[in-house]
Design a binder for this molecule. Sequence first.
Ligand code: SF4
Length: 341
Amino acid sequence: MTALLEVENLTKTFSMRSGMFGDTITLDALVDINLKVEKGETLAIVGESGCGKTTLGRCIARALDPTSGSVSYTPEPGKTIELSSLSKRELKPWRQDIRMIFQDPMSSLNPYMRVFDLVAEPLRIHKLARGAELEQRVVSALDKVGIPRDALQRFPHAFSGGQRQRIGIARALVLDPKLVIADEAVSALDVSIQAQILNLLEDLKTDFGLTYLFISHDLGVVNYIADRVAVMYLGHVVETAPTEALFERPRHPYTEVLLEALPIADPTRRAQRHEAVKGEIPFLGNRPKGCPFHTRCRFAEDKCRAEKPELRPINGGPTYAACHFAETIELKGAYDDAPAT
Ligand code: SF4
């Protein structure tokens, strides 16, 4: 597969005023992120709130400007665009290729706009169609997501959460994107509706050759939809792996913690799980030296407090982990609690 998107040494720092004297503090939201998104795959970005996954998605889509590093987009072999160095004007044509879907369609859809105008808006902004062609493209995008033509003149509040998310997806699809960044796209929906939207995203991926960057805190959802997973902790990518490998044999202790938070039915087996991860997630403005996870890791040693581990292939790949002891520590997978059959 060809990498559609490559992120190299991406950092994002926010400065803010704090305390009685208004001192300026800096928060490193993203630290040296390196990632590839292969054409046609679904790469999930997972981690707790505040780990940087939404900031990463926004820096890739250039809704935020990275502080340093690069985001390279290769729509076809031999044609690579360095998105992070483009001006807003130069970026505009490429915004058609990379679209975002957001968590809460009620707040991302203007409540005063009718469905037709909501879906037509991106075409109008990019001056891609008008008149009969505009209408045809709007109707076609809505048809792809299962919203009927008689919805065109209605307002978002007339629809259920799942239908509103379908309209949000139609707004992304109407520009024929290549990469869709879905930021917690099903998190606000009931479980049965989540399944419908995930199946829709799968069908659209197959039918239109899409690539997804799927940002989520929900590992159950990620297990269902992702081909590969990148785990983030405190602004770092600490593990990347094919989904099955990550769930069966995690290589970073933080990934194990996330997997242990997955719900299991049997309370006796739940009690056998490791103690919940200790401590709070550190403040971004006061990150630990060495391994960013050492303050909460049950395997931490002196080396972890002194040296920051690099993300590196484990036993030749395809799993990469940023842990000094990834080859030797014994971690539990998601299915290790399952009763024997
Ligand atoms: Fe834990 Fe050390 Fe590995 Fe960091 S490097 S995850 S502290 S064992």
